[in-house]
Design a protein around this ligand. Structure first.
Ligand code: DAH
Length: 347
């Protein structure tokens, strides 16, 4: 027969062991393993205490069983407490690790923007679009007729020397001017005509202000009674919108084979307002584009009766406008794709 004292001693030792150990758990999985090692009905330490029951005298069994059960109930409530506190700790840890510091500065993600030439092109297109101009998309490869002959620049005409041309074959070339588009439009369409034609043009030319490829925008208006006055009125609206309020134009006589009369158009300096500065080289004026009244020969060549209709045309250098507007002194900066330059320009 087992000694009840011995068993009671065992019980109190186990209780002490549980008490000592229960506060050391920081992980609910470990705690669960410990609980199992005590409570498991077959292998658990408390479970096996019940098995000892057979070894004690009958009259002591009730007392012993009660003690074991009390011990079991006590241990279970201890484990419940432990479980609650561990769960709380684990949740707190999780909340802390998942918490967001809303006071931290946001990570800046670089945002791209349109190339300055595209920005200016879009602005120019918008301005003329708001004045009722349609867009004509010309082609970059042209033949000699559209780029030169039909624009009153026959073979051996000295004006061909002004535009060093990339020839693809004796007949085909990379267009040197968007003016070629004028002919396509006038051949295809009866007046009234009111178009702009932006696009790339190509010339064998390369220095600080010239690039072998650059962007132009042609404008053409043909109708009854169109005059040089209409041209200036139109351009005055354009320069105010692109360079700012108060900017105006000045026309100077010039020469282009496809216009008669021809003019060079200057804008009043939008930086010094005409007083004279570095940008306008002290003159108060900046040359921006070529224009004129469409040469009768060009109209007639396209089958338009020049006694009934007249026209005005202009050719805007988009790169030049971009350089003026954004203070870029070397055209190469527009083609080097240097983000330090391009990032600064966002209208
Ligand atoms: N095509 C000319 C050039 O590239 C620019 C130009 C001048 C266009 C006068 C025109 C114009 O339409 O009327 O230099």
């Amino acid at each position: 027969m087992a000694d009840l004292n011995e068993l009671t001693e065992k019980l109190s030792l186990l209780k002490k062991e549980i008490e000592a150990k229960i506060d050391t758990f920081s992980d609910s999985k470990e705690a669960f393993e410990f609980r199992k090692s005590l409570m498991d009905s077959k292998s658990g330490q408390i479970g096996s205490l019940m098995k000892e029951m057979g070894k004690i005298p009958n009259e002591l069994k009730a007392d012993y069983g009660k003690k074991v059960n009390e011990m079991k109930a006590w241990a279970l409530s201890k484990f419940d407490e432990l479980e609650t506190s561990l769960k709380e700790k684990e949740m707190k840890k999780r909340y802390e690790s998942e918490s967001i510091d809303v006071t931290l500065p946001a990570k800046m993600r670089p945002i791209g923007n349109l190339h300055p030439i595209t920005q200016v092109k879009n602005q120019v297109v918008d301005i003329f679009g708001s004045m009722g101009f349609d867009i004509f998309e010309g082609t970059e490869i042209e033949n000699d007729y559209y780029n030169f002959t039909a624009l009153n620049i026959p073979k051996d005409h000295p004006a061909r020397d002004m535009q060093d041309t990339f020839y693809l074959s004796p007949d085909f070339l990379l267009r040197t001017q968007t003016s070629a588009g004028q002919i396509h439009v006038m051949e295809a369409q009866k007046p009234p005509i009111k178009i702009i034609s932006p696009g790339k043009v190509f010339r064998s030319d390369d220095d600080a202000t010239h690039s072998p490829m650059f962007t132009q925008m042609e404008g053409l208006v043909v109708d009854k009674g169109i005059t040089l006055g209409d041209l200036q009125g139109l351009l005055n609206v354009f320069v105010e919108k692109i360079f700012g309020d108060g900017t105006t134009t000045r026309l100077r006589p010039s020469y282009f084979p496809f216009t008669e009369p021809s003019v060079e158009v200057d804008v009043s300096c939008f930086q010094c307002k005409g007083k004279g500065c570095k940008l306008c080289k002290g003159t108060g004026w900046i040359e921006v584009l070529g224009a004129g009244v469409v040469n009768k020969k060009v109209l007639e060549g396209c089958g338009i009766d020049s006694d009934v209709y007249s026209g005005i045309a202009f050719g805007i250098g988009i790169d030049r406008i971009a350089m003026l507007k954004y203070g870029i002194n070397n055209i190469k900066l527009l083609f080097e794709s240097d983000l330090r330059v391009l990032d600064q320009i966002n209208d």
